[in-house]
Ligand binder design. Sequence first.
Ligand code: ZN
Length: 481
Amino acid sequence: MHSIRSRTRGYSIRRSRRAGISGILLFFAVLLSGAAPEKRLSIYSTAANYSLPMVQREGRDYVGLLELLDPLGRVSAKSDPPRWRLHYNNIVGDFAVGKSHAKIQGRDADLSGKFLVENGRGLVPVACLNSLLPRFLGGPATLDEESGRLFIGNIATHFTASVAADDPSHLVFHFTSPVNPSVASEPGKLRMNFTREPLTAPASATLTFGSKTIPSATYSEGNGAAQITVSSSVPLMASFSNDGRTITLAPAVSQSANVATPTASPQNNSAVPSPAGGSLSSVPRRYFAIVDASHGGNDRGEALSATLAEKDVTVAFARRLRQELENRGISTLVLRDSDASLSLDERAFFANTTHAAVYVALHAASNGHGARVYTAMLPYSSEDDRGPFRSWSTAQHSSITLSQLAAASVAAELKKQQVEVRTLTAPLRPLNNVVAAAIAVEVAPSASDVSQLTSPDYQQLIASAVASGIANIRAQLGAVP
Ligand SMILES: [Zn+2]
């Protein structure tokens, strides 16, 4: 349970700050058939970085003035049509509907277009912000109307990109301030989308690296964001370090990295996926279920007793669960069948690339009784989900109902075996990163004796019930493409 709580905390923290590790992020892109994203204006300042929707009126882009100033200071507005009065700190602005001039502290200001009021909201043309905002803020504001980005004060994040001297398959970005882009990949490309960072253009929009693996990258801006698109000959993963100031892109599966030792049941020998062998993009076999023994390697999980580590208990449960699932005709891949270290993102990446119908993470705990079955708590996300790529953090979104169904089915089977069980929603990674139905089962002893967790009978009882719970809804799970 300790580990689950710590994951819960880490979840809400920017990934670049995750303690102890440089969060390795593997990315899995999901194409969405989305409508065109609404136009947005991103604002960068020392006080806050944020973005607002723009509306099209009178043939130009407009933005709400109150909303724009709100994060920057004390602000209020009074609508008394056709008059509209705004207070920002000690500055007063007087606007009138349909007029293209306003008075700021009694002095004339050109709005470059008509002032509008809708539902009490005062709207100004975005084009006037360059000249209008300094009248309120007392400092410079620089608008890039083309890309929908507004810089308040002298704020900018610069970056460099170069291949690592010792390994041309690694591309290293250095940023002058911490960054936390959303990242998505598609064949041949990895995109980093920066909406909260005042990223500024490099000297050339196209960067070339002379690397066979990563030949080039391009920088672009648009719709309130800056984007770096890296072309590559292999799938890439991004790792954050140096408190978010460094991003290293490397092949998602390195030949030398001991990242995973997935094993398949004997009957699947002909098509064992071999992430360690570097053929992730062409994993041939679709497994119905992925069983993930949580923790491993340096991550021991909870110390269940002086000698018993959670990481060892989860492997034992995983092996039994695979056997029980196979007994029910469900092809199963165990993600960690050794003491390998596997990051949460790697686990989700493997689950997603094998196109499994269900993902089951196993945990063990010393406190409490019986089993807890978790489904993902998805983060609130508004802007992360824009555009053609679904955000990594909400990959689970379209399967959450199926996940809850799986959790209920597993819980029902456990109850049948007189196992005390609770179903819970938790921001427990990597559940939210898995595209398929995804649950986590945390096993505690049925009595207070922790050694029970290593008892073959108890492991068998739990594994059998979980497998039955999955098998009972295989039709629903399998119906998802
Ligand atoms: Zn755990």
